[in-house]
Design a protein around this ligand. Sequence first.
Ligand code: IMP
Ligand code: MG
Length: 222
Amino acid sequence: MKHEDVKHEDNVARISSLHVSCFMFHVFTSSRYDPPMEDDIDRILVTRAQIATRIEELARQITVDHTTAEGETEITLVPILTGAIVLAADLMRHMPVRMKIGLMTVSSYPGKSLRTQGSSVLGSQLGDIHGRHILLLDDILDSGGTLRMVVPMLKEMGPASVKVCVLLRKDRPAAMETPVDYVGFEIPDEFVVGYGLDFGDYYRNLPDIVTLKKAIYAPERS
Ligand code: IMP
Ligand code: MG
């Protein structure tokens, strides 16, 4: 090995150990000064274990309902983004049926809203759904505005059927009056996050469904 090569390798080693040190410094200092996300939780409404059990039950029921005497029917699973991505990922892995995935992005709680600001479709990537069985997935049924807008839009595209599955349904008349085919859990009329649901686009990665401390969503009132 030439002298210059040794010098070059030395420099590379020195730079990478500097990177590692900077990264470790960042990890230690940021975890010391940024409170962990769990500190923002008020209480757990639905645990990850309860969700896992219910998802399996729902998947079994949906699979049976989409199986005819002639055999299975094909499904296009349409999770409403962004909130339904976690539900979709878990549910589909318990559904041994031939399926395609379509995507639809709907905004109803922009930024740090706690009540719907009216739903609007930001984009979709559905493929050809004409003649196909659609299973629309949403994380939560609240005012029903999202489903009242999306279901007729899908039906206009000529699918064989449209069924709706929501993981959570809030205990309020508007939600109860909105027709859906599958409900994971009935919950009180409270703002929740976790398992795909967000506040200001955070907390989607929490594995349980939780409420947040008042200081997080209404700092001026706590
Ligand atoms: P709806 O259109 O009012 O029924 O609300 C449906 C959408 O609003 C859901 O897909 C969620 O994205 C959002 N949403 C409703 N309630 C909550 C909540 O408690 N936490 C977080 N997002 C919510
Ligand atoms: Mg949503």
